[in-house]
Design a protein around this ligand. Structure first.
Ligand SMILES: [Zn+2]
Length: 346
């Protein structure tokens, strides 16, 4: 069986649409018809060659999506043919199977345990979470990375209490979800920081109570003035080291915590004044929101179905597979919060 995938053949160049031959499934693998794929900044970094040397080219990419199970292999018990599923890079229960190799006119094309920039993909069982009825495939696609990372960093990594102050730096897909989670947690104020007014408007729709345009004003000073010295928690979701530093500066001394979610370009360094730490602040990392998909994804679906989590602000243009390079450019330029690729469209 053949499929069409957007393949990274050379960094710094557009992805190439390639007709790939799908190999026979190995034990623990699932053949999925992809319905929607999200596009994440991680793929922007990959495409532009900003993650260091890429030893796997040509390769498939994409790590969040939604799809329908077409075929399962021996050992797979979590899903069956016909099931709808959330596709996520975050490992859950089930078989963990290393990458797949597709064939493209006699060449090997590599793929990891999950890739989603294609009409069909061979995916390891542990990257699938069955999706119950009543959730749209558009929302389900965002459940692969943006939602669990943004919600998880608030619910799992930082776990604020109602009434605590939270600031989120960077109102892209993950930042918007973090803002939604802070609002759901009863935090106040919920402060969004970005340099694009359109993103701040989306942040307000996600539940931000205060928006700071960092291109016009110093967010650290503004936050200090508003919150009596600093916020209890800050989430950094921009991927820029200077903003990571601002997130740490923006939390209160003696107990404030800043969590770094964004991925910086390969080789960039975070330089900080240790006095920030001497003030009793903490700098935290997070593994994509520290989720356990089998435990957490159903909770996120509950929030979605109850209407407490509204993902509409994340959704904008839906692109066809042949427009995927445009989607990547638009994401990088900040024109869209989270592009979705509709695999049924050209
Ligand atoms: Zn991602």
């Amino acid at each position: 069986m053949k499929t069409v995938a957007a393949v990274l053949n050379e960094t710094g160049k557009p992805l190439v649409l390639a007709e790939l031959e799908i190999p026979a499934l190995r034990p623990g693998q699932v053949l999925v018809e992809i319905v929607y794929s999200g596009v994440c900044h991680t793929q922007v970094l990959e495409c532009r060659g900003r993650r260091g040397e890429d030893r796997w080219m040509p390769h498939c990419l994409g790590h969040e999506g939604s799809g329908v199970v077409l075929e399962t292999s021996p050992g797979v018990t979590k899903v069956k043919t016909g099931d709808r599923a959330i596709l996520s890079w975050i490992k859950g229960s089930g078989c963990d199977v290393l990458g797949t190799v597709y064939q493209w006119n006699g060449r090997n094309v590599n793929a990891g345990g999950i890739t989603t920039f294609s009409r069909h993909a061979v995916i390891a069982e542990n990257r699938l979470t069955p999706l119950r009825d009543g959730v749209s495939m558009e929302d389900a696609a965002l459940m692969g990375c943006a939602v669990p990372t943004g919600l998880g960093v608030v619910f799992n990594t930082l776990a604020p209490r109602p009434g605590q102050a939270v600031a989120v730096f960077g109102a892209g897909g993950i930042g918007l979800c973090a803002i939604g989670a802070a609002a759901i947690s009863g935090c106040t104020p919920v402060i969004a920081v970005d340099i694009l007014p359109e993103k701040l408007e989306l942040a307000r729709r996600m539940g931000a109570t205060m928006c700071i345009d960092a291109s016009r004003t110093n967010p650290v000073q503004e936050i200090a003035a508003t919150c009596g010295g600093g916020v209890d928690y800050a989430v950094e979701a921009s991927g820029r080291p200077d903003v990571m530093l601002q997130a740490l500066q923006a939390v209160r001394s003696q107990g404030g915590v800043a969590a770094i979610v964004g991925n910086a370009r390969y080789g960039e360094r975070l330089e900080l004044d240790p006095a920030q730490l001497n003030q009793g602040k903490q700098l935290r990392g997070t593994w994509g929101g520290d989720n356990i998909p089998d435990r957490d994804f159903p909770r996120y679906v509950n929030l979605l179905q109850s209407g407490r989590l509204n993902l509409d602000p994340l959704r904008s243009t839906v692109y066809g597979l042949s427009q995927i390079n445009q989607a990547i450019d638009d994401l990088e330029a900040g024109k869209v919060a989270r592009p979705l690729i509709d695999m049924s469209k050209d």
